[in-house]
Design a protein around this ligand. Structure first.
Ligand code: C2E
Ligand code: CA
Ligand code: CA
Length: 242
């Protein structure tokens, strides 16, 4: 009953796709979908997320390989990693085995960890991220701006990308404060030499402001909803992918 959809990620200046985020779906036998926000916390609590997360990573690697075979050779898959999974003592072995077994090139796999995860147990995390980086995969900090990052800690983490939380993208056009947090994250990324992507971009006005703020990358319903593998291929064909 579990399967993956992928949501395209685009270059804001050209609208060209460069990757996609794998998003887990659960469809009951009666056809109803259970939202990930409901079942993932339970999977985390019960520990099942370790196995589910491994399955997601392998599926995402396999999907990347299918996309590559279809000619999309410069395409990245981003995979969400939960805290319980990341902390598991065998996480690195699991990651290496998934890469080896599927043949997925690590430089085209990105792991998304949340900002709250990124701020825990500083010393242990710095080391673990360094080990993850040595496999060749890259790391993004998801939901950035919602936690209380210590900026000095952030500087010590070997991460590649900050993902501006949807709340701050919505705020760009929806509140008096405007895009102040989005702007701060873009500048922070630039100063630390990190890539920045805005998530939850729903309309052209938001995209336009993000471009003005200097945000290079985006993801959201404006470009595409999370898509089945077949729909992703069709979407890529229509959107002249790399
Ligand atoms: P997330 O990682 O922040 O994922 C982004 C969520 O925003 C996705 O919801 C996506 O469908 C939704 N979204 C994307 N663009 C837009 C937009 O323009 N507007 C709006 N309103 N929403 C947008 P989804 O797929 O329901 O996933 C919810 C959360 O469940 C994810 O949040 C992530 O935390 C978790 N999740 C999903 N798949 C996995 C997985 O494989 N492993 C783990 N550990 N967590 C997952
Ligand atoms: Ca994510
Ligand atoms: Ca997010």
């Amino acid at each position: 009953q579990l399967f993956l959809h992928s949501q395209p990620q685009v270059d804001l200046a050209t609208n060209r796709p460069f990757g996609a985020e794998a998003l887990l779906r659960w469809r009951l036998d009666d056809g109803r979908l259970v939202p990930p926000d409901r079942f993932i916390p339970i999977a985390e609590y019960s520990g099942l997320i370790v196995e589910i997360g491994e399955w997601v990573l392998r599926q995402a690697c396999a999907e990347l390989m299918r996309l590559r075979a279809a000619g999309h050779r410069d395409f990245t898959m981003s995979v969400n990693v939960s805290q319980v999974q990341f902390r598991h003592p065998r996480f690195l072995d699991m990651l290496r085995a998934a890469l080896d077994d599927t043949g997925a090139p690590p430089e085209y796999i990105e792991l998304e960890i949340t900002e709250s995860m990124a701020m825990e147990e500083p010393a242990a995390l710095v080391e673990k991220l360094a080990q993850v980086k040595r496999t060749g995969v890259s790391i993004a900090i998801d939901d950035f701006g919602t936690g209380f990052s210590s900026l000095s800690h952030l500087q010590r983490l070997q991460v590649d990308r900050l993902k501006i939380d949807r709340a701050f993208v919505t705020e760009i056009t929806g509140s008096a404060r405007g895009g102040s947090i989005a702007q701060m994250v873009v500048q922070l990324g630039r100063n630390l030499g990190l890539s920045v992507i805005a998530e939850g971009v729903e309309d052209e006005r938001q995209a336009q402001i993000l471009r003005q703020l200097g945000c290079p990358l985006a993801q959201g319903y404006l470009y595409a909803r999370p898509l089945s593998p077949e729909s992703l291929l069709e979407w890529l064909a229509r959107n002249r992918a790399t």
